[in-house]
Design a protein around this ligand. Structure first.
Ligand code: GDP
Length: 440
C-alpha cells in the first residue's frame, strides 16, 4: 500500500534530516519534493499545491528552521496536513433506522458486491446486527448469484427477485422482507455500469428517492487514480452520498484517490477494502493512513499503547542502555513484563504493519514468553548483563537448568540480538528501515 509515495516522501525529508543547519532553501526544496511525490501518486495538481502551501505556512510559523529536529517537525506537519486532507477523525455509519437502510452505489467492478458482503459481515460480527443483503442488479443475473454466494459464505440472508426488472420494486420488497423477518440492517447492492451514464444515474437516483436510505455509500476502486475522484464527483452530484468506500487498497495503488477524494466531494472515506476475502475491511482512520503513507505504520498506535503502560523513568534508562550497547537480558525481562501488561500478544502483533495480515489465522500463544523467561532465569547475573559471555558450555548449562533445548537457547540469543539491533535503529530515526526488515 502506497509504497511508492512513502518512498518518495521519505527521500524528500532526507534533505532536511541530513543537515545540521537548515535554510529556507532546504525547506522549499523539501516541499517541492513532497509536491512532486503527491503528483506522482496521482493527487490532483491543485490539491497538491494547496497542500504544500499550507505546510510551508505552518513550517514558517513554527520556526522549523531553528527547531532542534527540523526533519521530524516537517514530517509531523506533513502528517497533520495529510490527516486533515483525508478527513480528520474517523466517521462511522448511521445505523439509526428500523431497519437501517444502506444503499451501495458505484461503477461495475468497483467492488460493490464484495463490499456489501464485507459490511454485512462486519455489522454482524462487530455490531451484533442482523443484516439482510438485497440484490438490485436487474441486468446481470451473475451479479445476483454472486451476492448469494457471498451471503452463504458469511451466513447472511440475501433477498432477490430474479424475474423483476424494476430495481425500486425489488428494493422496497427487500425492505418489507427485512421488517417481516427481524432484520435490522438492509444493505442494497445496486447495478453498476463500466462508466458513468445517465440511465444508471437515473436508476439509482430513483431507488434513492423511493427508499430514503440512512446511509448512501459510494464504492470506488482506488487503483483508478484520478478517475476515482471524477466518478465520485459525478455520483455525489446526483446522490449527495454520505460516505466513500475505497476498495483494493491492498493492490499497487498510488494512493492519490485516498488523498484527494475528501477534499473534492467533502464526504468522508468511511471504510477501506484491503483484499478479496470477507474480513478484508477496515474502518478508515485518516491519521493512521497518513502515518502509513509516511512509513510510520501503526507503530504509532503501538507506541501510544506502550506509553500508557510504560514507566518513563525506566524507559529513559533503557534508552541510554541501548545507545551504549548495554541492553541486557535483565532489561529484556523487564520489557517482557511490560509487554504483558499491554494486552494480548495477538492484538499487539496486529498493530505492526504487515504483521497483522501475515499472522491472521495463526495461533499465537499468549504465554509464549514462558519459555523465554525460564531460559533467562537460568542465566547468571553476569551472563544477563553481557550476553556475549554465552559460550557453548554455558548454553548447555542454561538449557538443562531451564528444561529447554540448546537450540531454543540459541534461538533466543539470535532474537535478542536482532531485537537489540532493531531498537538501535528505531532510536536513530530508522523506523522505516525496521519496517522493511519486518517486511512492511
Ligand atoms: P461490483 O461489480 O462493483 O459488484 O464489484 P465486485 O464486488 O464484483 O468486485 C470486482 C472484483 O474486485 C472482484 O474480483 C473482487 O474480488 C475484487 N475486489 C473487490 N474488493 C477488493 C479489494 O478490496 N481488494 C482486492 N484485491 N480485490 C477486490
Amino acid at each position: 500500500m502506497f509504497n511508492n509515495l512513502s518512498e518518495k516522501l521519505d527521500k524528500a525529508f532526507h534533505v532536511l534530516k541530513g543537515h545540521g543547519q537548515i535554510t529556507e532553501i532546504n525547506v522549499a526544496e523539501t516541499l517541492k519534493e513532497v509536491r512532486r511525490a503527491l503528483l506522482d501518486a496521482d493527487v490532483n495538481f491543485k490539491i497538491a499545491k494547496e497542500f504544500t502551501n499550507k505546510v510551508k505556512e505552518k513550517a514558517l510559523g513554527q520556526n522549523v528552521l531553528t527547531s532542534l529536529q527540523p526533519g521530524q517537525l516537517m514530517v509531523k506537519l506533513v502528517k497533520d496536513e495529510l490527516t486533515e486532507l483525508m478527513g480528520g477523525d474517523a466517521e462511522g455509519i448511521n445505523l439509526s433506522g428500523t431497519p437501517s437502510i444502506i444503499l451501495m452505489s458505484g461503477l461495475q467492478g468497483s467492488g460493490k458486491t464484495t463490499f456489501s458482503g464485507k459490511l454485512a459481515n462486519y455489522l454482524k460480527t462487530k455490531k451484533t446486527k442482523k443484516p439482510l443483503l438485497v440484490a438490485c442488479d436487474v441486468y446481470r443475473p451473475a451479479a445476483i448469484d454472486q451476492l448469494h454466494v457471498v451471503g452463504d459464505q458469511i451466513g447472511v440472508d440475501v433477498f432477490s427477485d430474479r424475474g423483476n426488472t424494476d430495481p425500486v420494486a425489488i428494493a422496497e420488497a427487500g425492505i418489507a422482507y427485512a421488517k417481516a423477518n427481524g432484520h435490522n440492517v438492509v444493505i442494497i447492492d445496486t447495478a453498476g455500469r463500466l462508466a458513468v451514464d445517465e440511465e444508471m444515474m437515473n436508476e439509482i437516483a430513483n431507488v434513492h428517492k423511493a427508499i430514503k436510505p440512512q446511509e448512501t455509500l459510494f464504492v470506488v476502486d482506488s487503483m483508478t487514480g484520478q478517475d476515482a475522484v471524477n466518478t465520485a464527483k459525478a455520483f455525489n452530484d446526483v446522490l449527495n452520498f454520505d460516505g466513500v468506500i475505497l476498495t483494493k487498497l491492498d493492490g499497487d495503488t498510488r494512493g492519490g484517490a485516498a488523498i484527494s477524494i475528501k477534499s473534492v466531494v467533502t464526504k468522508p472515506i468511511k471504510f477501506i477494502g484491503t483484499g478479496e476475502k470477507m474480513d478484508a475491511i477496515d474502518v478508515f482512520h485518516p491519521s493512521r493512513m497518513a502515518e502509513r503513507i509516511l512509513g510510520m505504520g501503526d507503530v504509532v498506535s503501538l507506541v501510544e499503547r506502550a506509553q500508557e503502560q510504560f514507566d518513563e523513568e525506566e524507559a529513559r534508562k533503557i534508552q541510554k542502555k541501548i545507545a551504549k550497547n548495554k541492553f541486557g537480558f535483565d532489561d529484556f525481562l523487564k520489557q517482557i513484563q511490560q509487554i504483558k501488561k499491554m494486552g494480548s500478544l495477538k492484538d499487539l502483533m496486529g498493530m505492526i504493519p504487515g504483521a497483522g495480515k501475515a499472522l491472521k489465522g495463526m495461533d499465537i500463544d499468549d504465554d509464549a514468553f514462558k519459555h523465554v523467561e525460564a531460559i533467562i532465569h537460568s542465566m547468571t547475573p553476569a551472563e544477563r548483563e553481557t550476553p556475549t559471555l554465552l559460550n557453548a558450555s554455558r548454553k548447555k548449562r542454561i538449557a538443562s537448568g531451564s528444561g529447554r533445548s540448546v537450540q531454543e537457547v540459541n534461538q533466543l540469543l539470535k532474537q535478542f540480538d536482532q531485537m537489540s539491533k532493531m531498537m538501535k535503529m528505531m532510536q536513530g530515526g530508522g523506523g522505516k528501515k525496521m519496517m522493511q526488515m519486518m517486511g512492511g
